[in-house]
Ligand binder design. Structure first.
Ligand SMILES: Cc1cc2nc3c(=O)[nH]c(=O)nc-3n(C[C@H](O)[C@H](O)[C@H](O)COP(=O)(O)O)c2cc1C
Length: 184
């Protein structure tokens, strides 16, 4: 298991090849086995491919052009993050009205679900990156509106998925746990 965890990578370049339906369903099934407080199963998945991906691209382009009106090169380079992605899954977490603790726990559970999807993706020969910033649009209302999420949902991750088209570095930099651990 440690070897698999060390091998997992954020993959940002994908082949144009479509991701098969059964693989997408395996990813979604893997997510649903994540630990979650009081079995609220607080996740919802929005699968975006084909025509809906083209519409997503337009939403992202509008957002970036509005945000960076004087930086067309930045807009163009940012858009590359999704224009070469065959599959996007947006994952939301349920907001528990009047209970910020439970709402936070839901976000933790959804984060666990996303990690399960990431590991599952690698096992299926797929690459994935969890995006929040830029075209990830997690911190803006545009994507929330586009997918038709309710007010009782918050976006946690925009998962860009596909067959990897990049070389994977052999070494992965991490601070040793000894520097991040206090033994009490
Ligand atoms: C909550 C979260 C948000 C992230 N947002 C972005 C993002 O917006 N854009 C991006 O390129 N990568 C994003 N990443 C991926 C990280 O950059 C990546 O995991 C990190 O560089 C470590 O690399 P590794 O995943 O290959 O170990 C995000 C990861 C997490 C967990």
């Amino acid at each position: 298991m440690l070897a698999e965890l060390k091998q997992r990578r954020a993959i940002r370049q994908f082949k144009t090849r479509e991701v098969e339906r059964d693989k997408i369903e395996t990813l979604l099934e893997a997510a649903t086995y994540a630990p979650n407080d009081r079995m609220r199963e607080p996740w919802h998945f929005y699968v975006i491919q084909g025509d809906s991906l083209k519409r997503y691209e337009q939403v992202a382009l509008d957002y970036l052009q509005k945000r960076f009106p004087t930086k067309p090169h930045l807009v163009e380079s940012s858009m590359k993050a999704i224009t070469h992605t065959p599959l996007i899954i947006v994952v939301t977490s349920a907001i528990v009205d009047g209970d910020s603790g439970a709402t936070k726990d839901n976000t933790f559970a959804v984060s666990s679900a996303i990690m399960s999807m990431w590991l599952m993706a690698e096992q299926l020969g797929l690459g994935m990156v969890w995006r929040t910033r830029g075209v990830g649009l997690v911190h803006d209302t545009a994507l929330h509106t586009f997918i038709g999420a309710s007010d009782a949902e918050q976006l946690v991750g925009t998962l860009c998925i596909g067959y990897p088209a990049e070389e994977i570095e052999s070494t992965k930099k991490r601070t040793p746990f000894t520097e991040k651990t206090t033994w009490l």
